[in-house]
Every structure is written in C-alpha cells, then in structure tokens.
Design a protein around this ligand. Structure first.
Ligand code: B12
Length: 212
C-alpha cells in the first residue's frame, strides 16, 4: 500500500493533477505513511522527472508551474508534520534564495527540516539582494546564514553576498552554508562559505556540526 500510494502521488504531480495530489496525500498520511516518506518517495522523485521533461523540451514552463502547484497541494499537508519536533531553539538560521533566482522548493524543505530539528528559522524568501541579506543579518543576528541557488547564472550572487559581508567587516560574525543543485563543496570553498549541503538533511547535519 505504502509504495503504491507514493507512486500515485508521484504520477499525479508529474501529470499536473493537482486535486488528486491532495487527496492521495491525505490517504497516505491516514494510512500511516510518514510525511518524510511522502516527500522523499513521492514528491521529490516527481520533481526529478519534471526536471528531465523540462530539460528535454517535453514540458514547457507552464507545465512545470502546474506540476509545482500539484506538488504544493501535497506539500502543504506535510509541512506541519515536518516542522514538528523537539523545539528548544538550538540556534537561529536565516535562509534565502539569492538575487536573480526564484526557486524556493528546496529552500522551503530545508526550512521545514530545520524547524523540525529545533532551530528558529528566518525566511527571507526568494530573489534576495546581497544588501538585504546584510541588513537583515545585522537586525536578526542569526548564527547561520543559508544561501540557496538553482541556476548557474545566480550562483555568482552567492559570492556577492560573501564579498559584501567581508567588505563590511562582518563576515566572521556569521557562518555561511550554501546549497542548490548547481552548487558544490568545491564552490563553497572557492567563495569562502563554511559548508555545503547536498540536500536538506545534509544541510541540517551541517548546521548542527557548525553550531556544536
Ligand atoms: C520547479 C522548477 C522551476 C519553478 C520554480 C517554482 C518554485 N516556486 O520554486 C519555475 C517554473 C518557476 C522555474 C523557473 C525557471 N527555471 Co527552473 N526548475 C524547476 C525544477 C523542475 C525543479 C527544481 C526543484 O524545486 N527541485 C526540487 C528541490 C527539492 O531540489 P533543490 O532545489 O535542488 O533543493 C535541494 C538541495 O539542492 C538542497 N538545497 C537547496 N537549497 C539549499 C540551501 C542550503 C543552504 C542547503 C544547505 C541545501 C539546499 O536541499 C534541497 C532539498 O533536498 C528544476 C529541474 C531540477 N530537476 O532541478 C528546474 C531548473 C532548476 N530550472 C531551470 C531554469 C533554466 C529555469 C528558468 C530560467 C526557465 C526560464 N527559461 O525562464 C526559470 C528561472 C526563473 C528564475 N529567475 O529563477 C534549470 C536551471 C539550469 C541551470 N543549470 O542553470 C533547471 C535545472 C531545469 C533544466 N534542466 O534546465 N523552475
């Protein structure tokens, strides 16, 4: 039953059946499938398939948006489960997608898992300029700043953030972690970030390590 319903959720997202994703997700959760299993076994595999269809020219941008809408109808039901955890404010993390980039799904998953692991998270949103990261960091004083980028063309904006903090002499007050499909450990080292997380769970582990 578990893997059947996950496959159905995956197909419903890929096929843009947004009413079905909600009903199927309720069915999965009611039958005891965990929120994390729906995310990893249904939604993320669906987005990978959507990515391939888009890359190969079988899907156009409106198709991707419809699939994301179907994804959101499911994810909405998982979000509160993923955020449930042992809340004891282990630290404060500020997250944002860098300027020029509006991809937010990965960042939002990291946000949910961080909250589920007891961190307070300040979400700046998407398309965030370097000076906004700086201004909000000075206001909120987070322990960690997480930057997300999904486009090769927006990756340099991560370096701009790092460079601005250095130029203002506040780089050492914060730890920086970066992530997103085109980013790597090597790129993190190149721009002087404190770490790279391949996926949201790796991001949580990294944040825990940096604050230990
Ligand atoms: C959904 C999607 C969109 C949606 C985004 C909706 C939204 N609300 O986020 C829409 C339709 C808006 C979109 C638009 C565009 N997209 Co798009 N999109 C995708 C798609 C299909 C999925 C991305 C996704 O959400 N993946 C799922 C999440 C969970 O994965 P993730 O983001 O990588 O996040 C995980 C990790 O990377 C990590 N992580 C992420 N951030 C962070 C941060 C930290 C600190 C840490 C530690 C970890 C971490 O944890 C996450 C969870 O495990 C990808 C294809 C793909 N397979 O990736 C293309 C893709 C990213 N898009 C692409 C492109 C080109 C575009 C457009 C330029 C298209 C256009 N011509 O207009 C625009 C860009 C608009 C802009 N300025 O940003 C290309 C990028 C190519 C490149 N290398 O630069 C891709 C790869 C598609 C392709 N194969 O060509 N897109």
């Amino acid at each position: 039953m578990g893997s059947d319903v996950l496959k159905s959720i995956e197909n419903a997202v890929v096929e843009m059946r947004f009413d079905d994703t909600e009903a199927l997700t309720r069915q999965a959760l009611d039958s005891g499938v965990t929120a994390l299993a729906v995310l990893n076994g249904g939604l993320l595999t669906a987005l990978e398939r959507v990515g391939v269809l888009f890359r190969d020219g079988d899907y156009f941008l409106p198709d991707v948006l419809m699939s994301v809408k179907a994804y959101n109808n499911s994810y909405r039901l998982l979000d509160s489960e993923l955020k449930k955890g042992n809340y004891k404010a282990r630290g404060v993390v500020m997250l944002g997608t860098v300027q020029g980039d509006i991809h937010e799904i990965g960042k939002n998953i990291l946000l949910a898992l961080l909250q589920g692991n007891g961190f307070r998270v300040i979400d700046l949103g998407v398309d965030i300029p370097a000076d906004t990261f700086l201004a909000r960091a000075q206001e909120e004083n987070p322990d960690i700043i997480g930057l997300s980028a999904l486009l090769t063309t927006s990756m340099p904006a991560m370096k701009e953030v790092m460079d601005l903090f250095s130029a203002r002499g506040v780089r050492e007050r914060f730890k920086f972690v970066i992530g997103g499909a085109p980013v790597s450990q090597r790129y993190a080292e190149e721009i002087g970030a404190d770490g790279y997380g391949e996926d949201a769970q790796a991001g949580v582990d990294l944040v825990k390590r940096l604050l230990a």
